[in-house]
Write a protein that binds this ligand. Sequence first.
Ligand code: PLP
Length: 382
Amino acid sequence: MAQNDKPQPETLAAQAMGFVDAESKGIVPPLHTATTFIRDPDNQYRSGRIYGRDDNPTYDHAEALLAALEGGREALVFASGMAAATAVFQALAPGDHVVAPRVMYWALRHWLLGFAKHWGLAVDIVDMDRLDALRAAVKPGRTKLVWIETPANPTWVVTDIAAAAEIAHAAGARLAVDSTVATPVLTRPIALGADIVMHSATKYLNGHSDVVAGALITRAADDYWTRVCSLRAQLGGILGPFEAWLLLRGMRTLYPRVELASRGAFAIATHFAKHPKIEQVLYPGLAGDPGHAVAKKQMQGGFGGMLSIRIKGGEAAAIAAAARVKIWKRATSLGGVESLLEHRASVEGAGSPAPPDLLRLSVGLEHVGDLVADLEQALEAR
Ligand SMILES: Cc1ncc(COP(=O)(O)O)c(C=O)c1O
């Protein structure tokens, strides 16, 4: 037990907060499919539930667990990571200024740059690993949001969360962190000063490549958060109850999965760091990585299950190596039990910060020796 008899996060996750169903005494939270709820005879809704686009009881357990693991006040699950992330920006007002990173999940950057124009948001894109660039970009009083992702897709640039929070707050802005890759197992952004944490729950939180979902966790239940909650209900980017149930089931094994994937990624990064067919391994766990010092400070227990490798011989050599893998799966996405590999520039297209020779690797739970041997043969065969 932790201090104050509060169970550790691993315990909360494994036991889904210790929930026992009051009716059946079942130790697995039930799945609720109702889209509408009974109104009391006196015309009130004392249960607090009215309609399935506002809320669903199946969300309660997943949201409570997410808030507990991230150390936040409240959490909301969404239909996807994109639905969650875009709600953070849509809760802003036309004219607000936001600062976002050059290296971030590409579809969100794409949406932000297109949507921002229509909504009247002013967006500045900076290299978030350069705090002086962030400091120069914020406009005190006008900047309402600083968005960061750490480690960031697909080159795993690390941003100093505590320093970014300080800069954002000094300018009167919120700090939102896409913590999809770090997960609460390795980083707790709210404890470092962040206001909002976002997850593509499609990835590690669910962990089995069978649910598309998103989540937001907030430090404060303030007016801004109320607007975010309204956006989910009004725009309807809600998670299906079965997906919410699966998500909670997935989160019960979050800690051992992330720990194992991190260990595997570290072993693979170390193994290939000086490989003759590899130009560069990008992984914040490597001592020579530009983000290592900050990662060491803000990540506990590992550096995550994601890394990228740059193949000598350029784009054609990278695509050819990807074509030869037998155990790794050639597919996009990340954070599942099976290891995935992809030529990232092909996914992101024009404007991508992914070098053309880069393969992105999501390390799963297979035997690391099999993963290393498969990559070795894919690199060797010519
Ligand atoms: C870091 C990161 N953020 C956000 C997203 C978007 O999440 P989703 O695909 O669940 O909408 C992704 C998806 O790949 C991601 O990798």
